[in-house]
Design a protein. Structure first.
Length: 319
């Protein structure tokens, strides 16, 4: 009952206050955020009137509801109670935040019940269920309409700053190799595929990029090694960084000088933000789920797959 009164106070305030109406339409992007059907009906009509640039008040809203044959479901007496609601702007914003929190709680409960039911019935692979849960929870967070418009004046200032400031000249992530940066711009969200024939040095090239990004530039990075275990990967990174013969390390033929380099390397980069996953059995769905988890839990900014041709594709016929 308390939640219903909260919802009614919000839609009522949107009818009576211009500022509440604007804030409400910006913070509440869909009617499903409301739990009760009456609140959804009224909000949807307010939204439609706003889009149509119609005057919104108690009388015009009633006419809208009557034309849509929804007024009887609300009732005359209850409608009078709704349109009598008035809130200050700070109080309205506080109630909208409470409405959003209640919606998130409901979404989490519904998602948990759905995933629990499917997991109990084993109706889908576990990684698909994980992806479904993540996507469902992520979509529930999009209850606010963000202002994505950008003033040209601000954009021009940023452009001038990038021209005048050497430190701002590089767009995206720098690999640490100027020759590579001239060919590639590592922007967040980009997929870059490096292709060559076998034994041409693709993995060696990737190892150098990983070393530069994570060990030297401290950028959280993860690599999926589909054909080499994590320890071999680590040894190759160490050898490339220290210029040590990998054969000597592999067969324990290092001299004292090289051993000291290894010890110092281990101490210096023990906390480097590089994560190596050497599970060779990933399919496309399970790898995507793992990438999402790592991005959230480890704040990974760069992902590498060595190599993508070994990722299994799972084809399923579904209606």
């Amino acid at each position: 009952m308390a939640e219903f009164k909260l919802e009614i106070s919000i839609v009522g305030a949107m009818v009576n206050s211009e500022s509440c109406k604007i804030i409400g339409l910006q913070k509440i992007s869909k009617k499903d955020i409301f739990e009760h059907e009456i609140s959804r009906i009224i909000f949807q009509s307010i939204y439609e009137m706003f889009i149509a640039q119609e005057e919104i008040d108690a009388f015009s809203l009633k006419d809208k509801l009557v034309k849509k044959k929804q007024f009887e479901a609300i009732g005359s007496d209850f409608y009078k109670e709704v349109v009598s609601q008035k809130l200050s702007t700070p109080n309205f914003e506080q109630r909208v935040r409470k409405l959003q929190d209640d919606f998130l709680y409901r979404s989490q409960v519904e998602t948990a019940k759905d995933i629990l039911s499917k997991a109990t019935e084993k109706s889908a692979p576990p990684y698909e269920l994980m992806l479904e849960a993540i996507r469902s929870l992520e979509s529930s967070l999009r209850f606010e309409t963000e202002d994505t418009s950008k003033a040209i004046g601000k954009l021009l200032k940023e452009m001038m700053y990038s021209i005048e400031s050497p430190s701002a000249a590089t767009v995206g992530l720098s690999t640490g190799y100027s020759a590579v940066d001239n060919y590639f711009t590592y922007l967040e969200g980009d997929l870059i595929v490096i292709g060559a024939r076998s034994s041409m040095g693709k993995t060696a090239f990737l190892l150098q990029l990983l070393r530069k990004l994570s060990l030297e530039r401290n950028i959280p990075t993860a690599v999926f090694s589909m054909e080499m275990d994590a320890m071999r990967y680590t040894k190759r990174i160490a050898c490339g960084h220290l210029k040590i013969n990998s054969y000597a390390l592999k067969h324990n033929l290092l001299n004292d000088s090289d051993k000291n380099k290894i010890y110092n390397f281990c101490n210096s980069f023990a906390t480097a933000p590089l994560f190596i996953d050497d599970d060779p059995y990933y399919d496309a769905n399970s790898m995507l789920a793992r990438i999402i988890v790592l991005a959230i839990t480890k704040k990974i900014r760069v992902f590498a797959i060595d190599y993508i041709g070994l990722v299994r594709l799972v084809y399923q016929n579904r209606q």
